[in-house]
Ligand binder design. Structure first.
Ligand code: AMP
Length: 122
């Protein structure tokens, strides 16, 4: 079980942000990094992360300033436009244990490129 109560600098996305491990970058600005998921679950599977240290959506929603919160959604818009995603997509933010969050640095998934089916499969 991951700990999302205290930021862990050794999580994999922190290492990507520090340049210690590579990623397939799509967008990089002062607030946000966007890159391809290493284990894609759809033809397009992209991760959006804030550069500041937030463990989860709980942490982000409570503690991030409004400009940082907006920067995530602006980045999503940019990515959707630059990749020409016109037929829809799914935005996911797995949070905590029941949400099956694996990496304790806030991230949003964008899934696209095919009809994605139901949100939860049994
Ligand atoms: P979550 O279950 O929401 O925490 O999702 C974590 C996601 O990070 C998974 O979809 C993984 O495939 C992805 N992931 C893990 N390590 C890497 C990496 N080095 N580069 C890109 N994506 C990664």
């Amino acid at each position: 079980m991951i700990d999302i109560t205290k930021y862990n600098n050794e999580n994999i996305f922190a290492k990507i942000l520090r340049g210690e491990i590579p990623c397939d970058k799509i967008l990089d600005n002062k607030d946000v990094l966007v890159f391809k998921d290493i284990n894609p679950q759809a033809p397009l599977h992209i991760l959006i992360i804030p550069k500041k240290k937030y463990c989860s959506l709980y942490d982000f929603s409570k503690n991030a300033d409004p400009l940082t919160i907006a920067s995530i959604f602006r980045a999503i818009d940019q990515v959707i436009n630059s990749l020409g995603i016109k037929n829809g997509f799914r935005l996911i933010c797995n949070t905590g244990e029941d949400g099956c969050q694996e990496v304790p640095h806030l991230h949003f998934h964008i899934l696209a490129g095919k009809k994605l089916g139901k949100i939860i499969s049994d």
